[in-house]
Design a binder for this molecule. Structure first.
Ligand SMILES: *Cc1c(COP(=O)(O)O)cnc(C)c1O
Length: 398
């Protein structure tokens, strides 16, 4: 029996954990095929541009741009995590942006209107421009205060990003879905920051849960990947067709690495979320730090809504240092934290977000991605680097 046949579902049902199982149990078993003697638990990556295919070209595996057994295993795994008990159809992509674009470009036509957040991921404005060039009307509003609600009338698609990156604002998914659906709009949620262990958009009523799996889902900073999950088979077919049209397919090695990483998702994410809260509390105590945002802080502006729809509050903390120079010195002084973009990885990273120029953030704004280091070590490193700024408490450094 090869991984190919196992993925095709021949020889029995896949061995997913029961829907009632705990999240760690589901994560380690997600997407595993039926066991076959002498086969590995998780079959290795299948490298194939084409498959043996005598006679009529019927699937599941015909040509490598259409399907791959390694994707099938990963898609089942993500589907089980996105929607336990009633696995969502999932389509994996070469990156998060490929997944986002697949939803937007497979659903929107010239003359349609779409609502984007104005504080979302920094490549969304590029998609905005592209859609506008194709004759789609793009409206924007902030994530906070459910402001997108006010510009929904007549829209075909509502795009939500909650918590937003990098500002960590949160909107009420259930309320926005209700409003959007009553006007006939589909709803897609960018769930990158939360991961399916932190938030399940499909259960909250969304039509699509979309993510960059480059971040916390894979968590090691070595893979770019994205996915779209949906409970609607027709929408899944449209997204899958779009993948074929543009060919934005993941490599088998990346897909396999991602599946391997999902086994530790709960371990990683629990540790990272717990340390993020500890770090947010510690930052709150510091005179040179302002604007600490973390949806898990009980008095964060996002906390009330977040606690109604999130199961974990994520691994990202944001805050502001007095100016650009102090933010750069702080980042430079860290020993356990790499000055790098992206987030959700086991190794902490942080960056001065303003360096990219795309986000409406202060010059001293830092987006901090909490990794899996020992919390005491990480917090000590941060406090030491803050101490080294020599802040005097009157708004100026020595
Ligand atoms: C990183 C990110 C993306 C884009 O994902 P890529 O894998 O880099 O293409 C989209 N949305 C959010 C919220 C992100 O953080």
């Amino acid at each position: 029996m090869t991984g190919h046949d196992a993925a095709a579902g021949e020889g029995g049902r896949p061995r997913a954990a029961a829907p009632s199982a705990g999240e760690g149990t589901r994560a380690v078993r997600a997407g595993l095929p039926e066991p076959h003697k002498y086969e590995p638990t998780l079959p290795g990556p299948v490298f194939a541009a084409h498959y043996h295919l005598p006679g009529d070209p019927t699937g599941p595996y015909t040509y490598g741009r259409d399907e791959n057994p390694t994707w099938t295993h990963l898609e089942r795994a993500i589907g089980e995590l996105e929607s336990p008990g009633d696995p969502a159809q999932t389509v994996v992509f070469a990156s998060g942006m490929a997944a986002i674009s697949a939803v937007a470009l497979s659903q929107l036509r010239a003359g349609d209107a779409v609502v984007f957040p104005d504080d979302g991921y920094q490549a969304l404005p590029l998609l905005h421009e592209q859609l506008t060039a194709y004759g789609v009307e793009v409206r924007t509003a902030p994530t906070g205060g459910d402001a997108q609600r006010k510009v929904l009338a007549g829209a075909k698609l509502l795009w939500i990003e909650t918590p937003s990156n990098p500002g960590l604002d949160v909107c009420d998914i259930r309320a926005l879905v209700r409003e959007a659906h009553s006007g006939g709009a589909l709803v897609a949620v960018d769930n990158t920051l939360a991961t399916p262990l932190g938030q399940r958009p499909l259960a909250l009523g969304a039509d699509f849960s979309v993510a960059s799996d480059t971040k916390g889902m894979t968590g090691h900073g070595d893979v770019l990947l994205g996915h779209v999950s949906t409970g609607d088979p027709a929408l899944a077919t449209a997204v899958r067709r779009w993948r074929k049209v543009v060919g934005a397919i993941p490599g088998p090695m990346e897909a396999w690495l991602a599946h391997r990483s999902l086994a530790t998702l709960q371990l990683r994410h629990d540790r990272q979320c717990a340390t993020a809260l500890t770090l947010a509390h510690a930052l709150r105590e510091r005179p040179e730090v302002s604007g600490v945002r973390y949806p898990g802080l009980p008095d964060d502006p996002s906390h009330a809504v977040a606690s109604r729809q999130m199961r974990r509050y994520g691994s990202v903390v944001s805050f502001t240092l007095p100016d650009r120079e102090q933010a750069e010195r702080f980042l430079d002084g860290l020993r356990l934290v790499d000055d790098a973009t992206s987030f959700g990885g086991v190794r902490s990273t942080a960056e001065r977000r303003g360096r990219w120029g795309g986000d409406a953030v202060p010059e001293g704004f830092v987006r901090f991605s909490v990794g899996a280091e020992d919390p005491e070590d990480l917090v000590a490193d941060v406090l030491r680097s803050l101490d080294a700024l020599g802040f005097t408490g009157n708004g100026a450094a020595d």
